[in-house]
Design a binder for this molecule. Structure first.
Ligand code: GLP
Length: 269
């Protein structure tokens, strides 16, 4: 697991945005061989999306041959509701870049047969040959997508009931009214994320510090579902300083040293 620590949320977002743009460019996607990416919603990826939009507008990157699969969506929240993940993704990213509409995949939480939606989603990911890079965030309880504590670490896309903590955390988007937050969601599974060839998780802010400690210094546990990434061959966690506050000083120094050595062309004396 590669741990990259930057000072501020903005620095972390910029590093992550640049890292993924470099990956897309190196992949040189075409219509026949698109770059398939998993995407999250939430406040954590916002600086990444803002930077992608800026770089796109500057003519430095195109998303024409990028295919996206969003991580999750609420159940029974109209697509055009301002807090649906459909609205979030179009408002904060898709409306501002050149990704073709047919390349965008978001789970339909209003379908009559939700289980079919989930099965079809997994099948479509497979049809594309799997996900090249999954970008994700985490909840303060270490959940990835909507894989709440106790979720199967090999789970695939399915319907999940949200935990009290998540409903409380997300009520900030629903006028702080917990009764307005949907109680169920469709979500890719931990196993779906693990199936990606690379996973990049962006975690910022002190309220995620405890989860960061569990994920990096703790063991693999279904109580902190993102900890499963310890078993991924190519996982990157991108952190700002506040998110590292519960890590041991020694761990922070260790990961910073490794980054510095790997980025430095100079021999160590
Ligand atoms: C929700 C989403 C997650 C996201 C989390 C954190 O629970 N389902 O995918 O990672 O919120 O959101 P934020 O980045 O706003 O803290």
């Amino acid at each position: 697991m590669r741990i990259v620590i930057k000072e501020t949320k903005a620095d972390t977002g910029k590093w992550t945005a640049d890292y993924i743009i470099d990956k897309i460019k190196a992949f040189a996607p075409t219509p026949e061989k698109p770059f398939v990416m998993g995407l999250p919603t939430g406040s954590s990826p916002m600086p990444v999306y803002e930077e992608w939009i800026r770089r796109y507008k500057a003519g430095e990157i195109s998303f024409k041959n990028v295919v996206t699969f969003n991580m999750d969506e609420y159940v029974n929240l109209p697509e055009d509701h301002s807090e649906s993940y459909h609205s979030f993704m179009y408002t904060n990213l898709f409306d501002h870049i050149d990704i073709p509409a047919e390349n965008i995949n978001i789970l339909n939480g209003n379908a009559a047969d939700l289980e079919k939606v989930c099965k079809d989603y997994e099948a479509k990911i497979k049809q594309y040959g799997g996900i090249e890079l999954f970008l994700g965030g985490i909840g303060p309880d270490g959940h990835i997508a909507f894989n709440e504590p106790g979720s199967s670490l090999t789970s695939k896309t399915r319907v999940k009931t949200l935990s009290y903590d998540t409903i409380l955390a997300n009520s900030r988007f629903f006028n702080d009214d917990m009764s307005k937050v949907p109680t169920q969601a469709l979500t890719v599974g931990v196993g779906t994320v693990m199936g990606a060839r690379e996973v990049v998780i962006i975690i910022t802010g002190f309220n995620k510090a405890r989860a960061v400690r569990e994920v990096i210094e703790g063991g693999i546990s279904h109580m902190w579902t993102v900890s499963m990434l310890q078993l991924h061959e190519h996982a990157v966690i991108s952190l700002d300083e506040p998110a590292t506050m519960e890590l041991q000083v020694e761990s922070v120094k260790y990961f910073k040293d490794i980054e510095e050595i790997s980025q430095s062309k100079m021999p160590i004396h």
